[in-house]
Design a binder for this molecule. Structure first.
Ligand code: ADP
Ligand code: MG
Length: 437
């Protein structure tokens, strides 16, 4: 037996059998690459690595020292890249990319609470009275809060009644438009969108500053509305706040009913998780459900990602899902998310939102709005990336890390004092993290 294995045997005596079976047993020691001061183990997936690094690394180093009498650093690496990709693939939630309605987006599967009751009731009533009550119905709210789900739930009801339903995103609508424009078949485009019974257009905010398609959409809207056909629209903000929209469109968006969806409160989150577990046949105990609901603050899509990851990992590793396991999967998820976000895209998003140039944020400019944008960017970079304070200082051209920590403190104070500001930061953060998904 080599020293690496002997150390694992020692560790086995110090931990429970379950812990051993679950994590330590999966480790293999690389006696070729290890040296008297550096020990290398391989683990089957990223989760086991995180877990062992957090919980056993120090113990392992200590045991090495006991065994060999010398200081040894312990490294845990991935066994091979294929495993990681496999785990990741299994853990990914399927994304619907075509314009078909997702049948599982039903009213029955939608959990209602204070945060979404208004929108739910509005969509439900429109689904029962097409073209008669609120037309258009405009639903707005943050990322992953159920806008598409609700809109498609109505779509499914209509479709089951035999109505012709078109569900499309602005992007698809635009592509379709360009396609027909190129092929000189605009009548077919117009015929298609003006002859349906119900038009559902998702993420209307992307019409912003696209004049040509706004014009075309305006005529589609008029034709459908005039014929008493139902229109449902969603966006990430209220029509008034979208910006870059023709006045006549903006006012029409408010003709019917504008309903918002707010982030779910704890109880609703718990209900949603329970529902998703039921649908996906995942068994979770009450304390795990509570834990997930408390840690993930609002994005329901993120909750779904975690459930499928938990499920995939537990199958991969043949273990039950307990609280410690869940905590590690969540940690892993956060790290993965951070790894995919870079500072350039944060600066770009903040700059766009505040209507200044990204280069200004990174300049030495001292005007009020530039300093404001720079501070927000720094704060978000600190929150969402793994860059250290000195790295941030270098990136933003600041003197040193104390300037960064000063900025972060300022923003934290503002967040505490000013509710609007807190919401603003949250919105920006959501936007950035959802872009990286
Ligand atoms: P949005 O369009 O607002 O970004 P989605 O409608 O795509 O969000 O919702 C993201 C995911 O969360 C979907 O899979 C949806 O089924 C789920 N979801 C959101 N809200 C609820 C809810 N109240 N009950 C059940 N599932 C929900
Ligand atoms: Mg959506």
């Amino acid at each position: 037996m080599n020293i690496g294995q002997e150390v694992l045997e020692l560790l086995k005596e110090e931990i429970t059998e379950m812990e051993y079976k679950r994590y330590i047993q999966h480790l293999t020691y690389d006696s070729k690459k290890s040296s008297s001061s550096h020990a290398i183990y391989y683990a089957p997936n990223a989760l086991v690595i995180t877990w062992i690094k957090n919980k056993y690394a120090l113990k392992l180093e200590h045991l090495f020292e006991v065994k060999s009498g010398a200081k040894v650093s312990v490294e845990i690496s991935l066994k091979n890249k294929v495993d990681r990709r496999k785990a990741k693939k299994q853990a990914e939630t399927p994304k619907t990319t075509n314009s078909l309605l997702n049948p599982s987006h039903s009213f029955d599967n939608f959990m209602v609470g204070g945060s979404n009751k208004f929108a739910y009731t509005a969509v439900k009533s429109v689904s029962e009275n097409a073209g008669k009550v609120y037309n258009p119905l405009f639903i707005y709210g943050g990322v992953g809060l159920g806008k598409t789900h609700l809109m498609q739930a109505a779509g499914n009801v209509y479709q089951n009644e035999g109505k012709v339903v078109i569900y499309t995103t602005v992007e698809q609508f635009l592509n379709d438009f360009l396609h027909h424009l190129r092929n000189k078949t605009m009548e077919r485009f117009q015929e298609k969108y003006r002859s349906c019974d119900v038009l559902l257009i998702d993420d209307i905010q992307f019409l912003s500053n696209k004049e040509g398609i706004q014009e075309e959409f305006f005529h589609t809207f008029e034709a459908l509305k005039g014929a008493g056909k139902q229109i449902i629209l969603t966006a990430d903000k209220h029509p008034k706040k979208i910006g870059g929209l023709e006045k006549r469109l903006q006012s029409r968006f408010e003709w019917g009913l504008v309903a918002d969806i707010q982030p779910p409160e704890l109880e609703t989150k718990i209900a949603i998780i329970e529902k998703k577990c039921e649908i996906n046949k995942v068994k979770l105990s009450k304390d795990i459900i509570n834990y997930i609901a408390t840690v993930i603050d609002s994005n329901v899509r993120e909750i779904e990602g975690i459930l499928s990851k938990l499920h995939a990992y537990s199958q991969l590793m043949h273990v039950d899902i307990d609280l410690d396991f869940t905590k590690n999967v969540l940690k892993d998820q956060m790290n993965e998310k951070r790894a995919t976000i870079d500072m350039d895209s944060i600066v770009q998003t903040v700059a766009k939102d505040l209507n200044i140039k990204p280069s200004e944020i990174k300049s030495k400019g001292r005007s009020k709005n530039i300093v404001y944008a720079r501070r927000i960017s720094i704060y978000i970079c600190r929150e969402l990336t793994q860059n250290t304070m000195p790295q941030l200082a270098q990136y933003f051209g600041m003197k040193d890390h104390t300037a960064i920590s000063h900025t972060i403190k300022k923003i934290n104070d503002l967040i505490e004092q000013d509710e609007d500001f807190r919401v603003k930061i949250k919105e920006l953060t959501n936007k950035i993290t959802s872009m990286s998904e």
